[in-house]
Design a protein around this ligand. Sequence first.
Ligand code: IMP
Ligand code: MG
Length: 180
Amino acid sequence: MKRIKLWDKEFEISIPNADIKLAIRQMAEKMKNDLEGKETLFICILNGAFMFASELLKELDLRDAEISFLKLASYSGTNSTGTVKELIGLNEDIKGRTVVILEDIVDTGHTIKGVIEQVVQKGAAEVKIATLLFKPDALKVDLKLDYVGIVIPNDFIIGFGLDYNRRGRNFKDIYTLVKV
Ligand code: IMP
Ligand code: MG
């Protein structure tokens, strides 16, 4: 098993890149049917979703798509703080549009819930949620996820965009924290 150390913690490979890519390709197939012919605005939630968004949008290959970014922060170390800070906001006119929110992972669900509320409040006609990863056992809010890549247990992970104290986002595979 491949292991890496970030700061004080050890992580062990749990989802190889080939499995991540397959999940994204399958998601893109489903999405294509729903979004073909629509002028969709994708909103990538930074920092974590940058790699997922990049892979998915290339796979989707849609003609009239637009892409924007929203930068949020809620995690400190290996725990969600429960409060979501907005570091870069949305400037786009969302009124009447089909919006697809691209998130790396839904954990407690607080982050994505806040984003949905903001997008709805700005007048989106349709809001869909696509998340690469989902931890159903950690979910604390009522939420409907339209596209889910991989369902995982309630463990802390890094890689493919996800970090532990700013490090680990660059790895192409996903690693799980080794419990001591
Ligand atoms: P939520 O608001 O609790 O759903 O948390 C969502 C955000 O927390 C995600 O967008 C991630 O940035 C971060 N997060 C949740 N779980 C993990 C994890 O296992 N590793 C790294 N970041 C995570
Ligand atoms: Mg995130």
